[in-house]
Design a protein around this ligand. Structure first.
Ligand SMILES: *Cc1c(COP(=O)(O)O)cnc(C)c1O
Length: 403
């Protein structure tokens, strides 16, 4: 069957797996093995030389992991994919692959806290520099390019401010200047946004989030639009740095991925209901969500995303104290970092996920002390709203008492 014509709702379930090749097993079998037996010495020699295709050792390839990689390739409309033991292993693999000493990386104004940490290490140890800039227009991006710039690394929506990067503008500039484009697509999942279609070269995911969706695995993925380049990363940076995924975690991701489309639809519809509710609350100062009609980037959001996704951020009255007071009063909604799970999670970026980013840079990224990030889960929206309503009532009472 030609998979090009299938919808994503179908490919998340079927792509990259043929039950006939696996004793008819409906479920993808778990190959929990470290190594593979060669029938003869010469077969071993031929596998190592590449003359014969086949398994050698699970750091170089595993049949369960392969199914995940092929499914992700189809979902992101790419040409190849690699699975890693964490999102950060995928991020570091692609940045190590693309850069050498003295190079410069142009980044979106906000990036994941540990990606920022990785860039700081690269700067200190290898003199690979970076700049964080707004990327609304081609002029803004063009102005920041230096002779030593080799790649543009972006997140959109940006964590945790939900600001968007104009992917078409990035792709146009990159093409003119011969730069590679890497997009961290964790926040939208391949169901809501496909940067390779717009001209990116690579997509990275923290599969820990929406791709798994069940809060029980740490994993990462890298998808590219050039099969040969992906295979060369497999046999170089991935093999020799070694940040691979375990077959069991790959198996769990294959299982989680089957419900990606229905989960993303529910995350998005729940988030829209919560946005409408939060905008009406006295203690809420501002809300940030791509598909909020009042968002100045709403038109851009509709161009590059299928729906708004499950992440909301908002600021509350009372600064850091106000934010912490509200978090402690929530009960159904759990205080935890991570996102994309069935459970609704709330966290305080300034003191949690982005506490490692120096204050000046944090402000430059737009992360205020009163900002909260909510990962809207799959519960009934009314129950989430009820939890907020009881929490806001208590916080309001406490705040008026203080005055
Ligand atoms: C969580 C996350 C990462 C890191 O992924 P891990 O799986 O935790 O290593 C990278 N980018 C974004 C946007 C994330 O949310």
């Amino acid at each position: 069957m030609n998979e090009d014509y299938l919808h994503k709702d179908t490919t998340v379930i079927h792509s990259g797996y043929d039950s006939n090749a696996h004793h008819g097993s409906l479920a993808v079998p778990l190959y929990q093995t470290s190594t593979y037996v060669f029938e003869t010495a010469v077969q071993g020699e031929n596998r190592f030389s590449g003359e014969e295709e086949g398994n050698i050792y699970s750091r170089l390839g595993n049949p369960t992991v392969r199914v995940l990689e092929e499914r992700m390739t189809v979902l992101e409309n790419g040409k190849g994919a690699l699975a890693f033991g964490s999102g950060m292993a995928a991020v570091s693999a692609i940045l190590v692959h693309l850069t050498k000493t003295g190079d410069h990386i142009l980044c979106s104004r906000g990036i994941y806290g540990c990606t920022f940490g990785l860039l700081s290490i690269m700067q200190k140890k290898y003199n690979i520099t970076h700049d964080l800039i707004r990327m609304d227009t081609e002029e803004e991006i063009e102005q920041a390019i230096r002779p030593e710039t080799v790649c543009i690394y972006v997140e959109t929506p940006i964590n945790p401010t939900m600001e968007l990067v104009n992917l078409q503008a990035v792709a146009n500039v990159a093409k003119r200047h011969g730069l590679r484009v890497v997009v961290d697509n964790t926040f939208t999942s391949p169901y809501l946004q496909n940067p390779l279609d717009i001209g990116a070269d690579f997509v990275v995911h923290s599969a820990t989030k929406y791709i798994n969706g069940h809060g029980d695995v740490i994993a990462g993925l890298l998808v590219g639009n050039d099969k040969e380049e992906i295979e060369s990363i497999r046999m170089s940076v991935q093999k020799d740095y070694g940040g691979i995924i375990s077959p069991f975690d790959a198996w769990l991701l294959i299982r989680g991925l089957k419900t990606l489309s229905i989960r993303m639809e529910r995350h998005s519809s729940n988030a829209e209901k919560l946005i409408a509710y939060l905008k009406k609350q006295k203690l809420v100062e501002a809300v940030y969500y791509p598909f909020d009609v009042d968002n100045p980037q709403y038109a851009l959001a509709k161009r590059q995303m299928l729906a708004g996704g499950g992440i909301i951020s908002f600021t509350v009255k009372g600064g850091k104290e106000g934010a912490q007071l509200l978090m402690d009063r929530l009960s159904l909604i759990k205080i935890a970092v991570s996102l994309g799970d069935a459970e609704t999670l709330i966290q305080h970026p300034a003191t949690m996920t982005h506490s490692g980013v120096p204050e000046g840079e944090r402000r430059q990224m737009g992360i205020e002390d009163s900002l909260l990030r909510l990962s809207v889960g799959l519960e009934h929206a009314d129950d989430l709203i009820a939890d907020f309503t009881q929490a806001f009532a208590v916080v309001e009472m406490m705040m008026t008492k203080h005055l």
